[in-house]
Design a protein around this ligand. Structure first.
Ligand code: MD3
Ligand code: FE
Length: 213
């Protein structure tokens, strides 16, 4: 029997050591999560950040939680204030925190309580080139990511940019937890294909939960 789908349970797959894919883990909560995103971006609108090299990112971003990930000509960092409004980021909706904690536990990382949720919004063609997440204070906590809307091709490699990469489709409701030896792996997202999703139109959203501080 190749999967647990016949039992009505989300499947658990291991993409790499420390990288656990929970297919459909967030499916039942997708509408609530999308409402949460709408509430967050009313207060802290999506924006296209600029990289330290001066390039406009194709992925639009916002944050909720105690700190948010930002980028500008000065570099990448976590900041307690939204640089656009100079106000604190909106609080993380309780459903977001609960989902991240439950998914991490299911993936083998008990006791994960994130302080930051980066919200990425992809329009057709938007992509994230291979990178490492290395702006957090420590790397013992996992990163939990939730995909919503149009599916994307996710690319992940090893600890060096030039290591060979593999690909996985991340679909609406999928959750991935990255911890242990996979925490520093290079990863990225290929340009989003033009497609329609009943709940998001031609967009993809990704929530990334982290313990940044
Ligand atoms: C592997 N986001 O925001 S989620 C990011 O789909 C980011 O928007 C992608 O990479 C997205 O930094 C990918 C999957 C993911 C997230 C964090 C990771 C994979 C990871 C951290 C370490 C290793
Ligand atoms: Fe990343």
């Amino acid at each position: 029997m190749p999967s647990q789908a016949h039992l009505g349970l989300p499947t658990l797959g291991v993409l790499a050591e420390g990288a656990v894919l929970l297919r459909g883990f967030a499916l039942e909560q997708s509408e609530e999560l999308l409402l949460g995103i709408a509430a967050v971006c009313e207060y802290a609108p999506f924006r296209h950040l600029v990289t330290p090299g001066g390039l406009r990112m194709s992925v639009a971003m916002t944050n909720c939680g105690a700190v948010g990930w930002v980028s500008d000509r000065e570099g990448y960092r976590y900041a307690a204030l939204d640089p656009d409004s100079r106000l604190p980021w909106p609080a993380m909706p309780p459903t977001f925190t609960a989902l991240a904690t439950q998914a991490a536990a299911r993936a083998g990382f008990p006791g994960f309580v994130p302080d930051c949720c980066l919200v990425n919004r992809y329009e057709p063609g938007a992509r994230l080139t291979l990178h490492q997440d290395r702006n957090e204070r420590g790397y013992t906590a996992p990163v939990v990511s939730v995909s919503l809307g149009v599916p994307a091709v996710f690319q992940f490699g090893g600890l060096r940019r030039t290591d060979p990469t593999t690909r996985a489709d991340l679909e609406h409701g999928d959750v991935v937890a990255w911890g242990g030896p996979a925490r520093m792996n290079f990863h990225g997202v290929l340009p989003l294909r033009e497609a329609e999703h009943p709940e998001t139109g031609n967009l993809r959203y990704n929530l990334t939960f982290r313990l940044a501080r």
